[in-house]
Ligand binder design. Sequence first.
Ligand SMILES: *Cc1c(COP(=O)(O)O)cnc(C)c1O
Length: 342
Amino acid sequence: MKTIDLRSDTVTLPSQAMREAMARAPLGDDVYGEDPSVNRLQERCADLLGKEAALFVASGTMANQVALGVLTRPGDEVICDQGSHPVNFEGGAMPALWGIQPRTLQGDRGILDPVEVEAAIRPDSEHFPRSRVLEIENTHNRGGGAVYPLDRVRALAEVARRRGLDLYLDGARLLNAVVASGVPARDYAEGASLVSLCFSKGLGAPVGSILAGDRDRIREARRLRKRLGGAMRQSGVLAAAASFALDHNVARLAEDHENARAMAVALSSIPGVVVPHPVETNLLFVSFGGRSAVDLVGRFREAGVLANPEGSRPDLVRFVTHLDVSRDDVLEAARRIASLVG
Ligand SMILES: *Cc1c(COP(=O)(O)O)cnc(C)c1O
């Protein structure tokens, strides 16, 4: 029986063609700024995101933490959604690395309300932490892959600008939002001081993220990357995979979104099954009549379907579509699940 792995879009393996591009990549020592493949990727991503400069980093977590480190001082506060990646999935990095604290708001599927954001900004007083950064996530992971409407991003950027905060855009899956909405990446990133992209999610590269912004902030980001041990040497072998992903794996994200929707439709026909969010991109959250997600994923595994409990609610199972699963695979997964729970 074929295993169908829908735990995450990070499980994709580099294709033969991607490996060949990695093998051919011209290399140098990136700590000396001499790796042509890294330099090319950084320039290309700066352009894609409408920024002056960019920095290749080891992971999305490193992109987020370097960005927050650049934009804050100890004691500062970061306004973000309660489901945001840095709050939930980065090992407590905000306080541990930078001495900063999150001020969490409850977004609608992770999408923040500009009025609530403005109300959360602290008055200027020695009593309070200093509100310093507004962090948003597009698409929003815990929000079920929700796409930020462009006018909402602009409204939040306007609040941040007017109140003297920097906007940081965690764009781990920004290109999913771009493909789903047709909005160019640089438009989403326009009001952000720093913006990231992840190559090892739906884009199918094995390793790496990018952080983009103005020259001064990226120079400081380089220092913090070094401090974290993330300055790599012939990392062009990885940057080449990221460049290959940008060449070949962006437009096809639409297939992942269609496959997630097809799976949602197939699962919805099972009695008691509820898909609580509209499926906008490649994440699909499903409740099976309120049954325990932990128990369900164990049963699905025995049937060769891998999924994760979503985690924000005990009954939600998360399925993620990606490059290494086809339409037939997701429909087969839905059939196996229907025979278990139907
Ligand atoms: C996956 C993800 C990241 C980065 O995760 P890494 O595993 O460190 O690459 C950052 N933000 C969001 C929203 C993510 O989904």
